[in-house]
Design a protein around this ligand. Structure first.
Ligand SMILES: CC(C)(COP(=O)(O)OP(=O)(O)OC[C@H]1O[C@@H](n2cnc3c(N)ncnc32)[C@H](O)[C@@H]1OP(=O)(O)O)[C@@H](O)C(=O)NCCC(=O)NCCS
Length: 151
């Protein structure tokens, strides 16, 4: 897997990867600002082809996955898992002992991915994600304890 540590200059490619996976895309400017915020980091997959991206943040001993996207044409090939796995390792290196994320209760693919990585349900935010022509959907909060870095 061709994963690179994302720089602010990768924001346009990350925005393309994000737009290929989500109806509400995040702009390159927004992603550049997020990437340069304290504790933030991300990975880009597929170089200029931008097949996938992940953006995370570490604050104190907690890591959060802010967004994760894999292009529809590149799914079920292990890319999502590789992006999360690389990020968990980076978060651990940065001092995180727990990882958190929020995922829509109707997102079977993401729930399957996080479950396969050992994430467990930690809570529920009722009616968290608005839907255009349907009732809002709950967010499931998931967490994973991170093994300490061996020195
Ligand atoms: C969720 C997402 C990132 C998964 O990316 P991916 O590259 O297809 O995932 P992987 O190929 O690494 O899948 C790893 C495991 O996750 C689970 N999984 C992935 N897609 C799944 C699906 N559609 N249904 C059920 N389980 C799924 C499986 O256990 C899979 O292992 P397997 O292929 O050996 O069965 C991708 O579907 C996506 O970008 N979705 C839209 C954006 C999104 O929902 N982001 C997450 C927001 S929290």
């Amino acid at each position: 897997m061709n994963l690179v540590w994302a720089q602010a200059s990768d924001a346009a490619a990350m925005a393309r990867a994000h737009a290929a996976a989500f109806e509400t895309a995040w702009s390159a400017d927004d992603l550049a600002a997020l990437l340069t915020a304290p504790g933030a980091f991300g990975f880009l997959a597929g170089g200029a082809e931008a097949q996938g991206m992940i953006l995370c943040r570490v604050a104190a001993d907690e890591m959060e996955v802010l967004t994760l996207a894999v292009d529809r044409r590149a799914r079920r090939q292990g890319l999502g898992k590789a992006l999360v796995t690389a990020s968990l390792a980076a978060g651990r290196q940065a001092g995180a002992t727990r990882a958190f994320l929020e995922v829509s209760a109707d997102n079977a693919a993401a729930l399957g991915l996080y479950d396969s990585l050992g994430f467990r349900h930690a809570g529920l935010r009722k009616a968290y994600y608005a839907r255009a022509d349907a009732p809002a959907v709950d967010a499931i909060v998931m967490h994973l304890d991170l093994a300490p870095v061996r020195t």
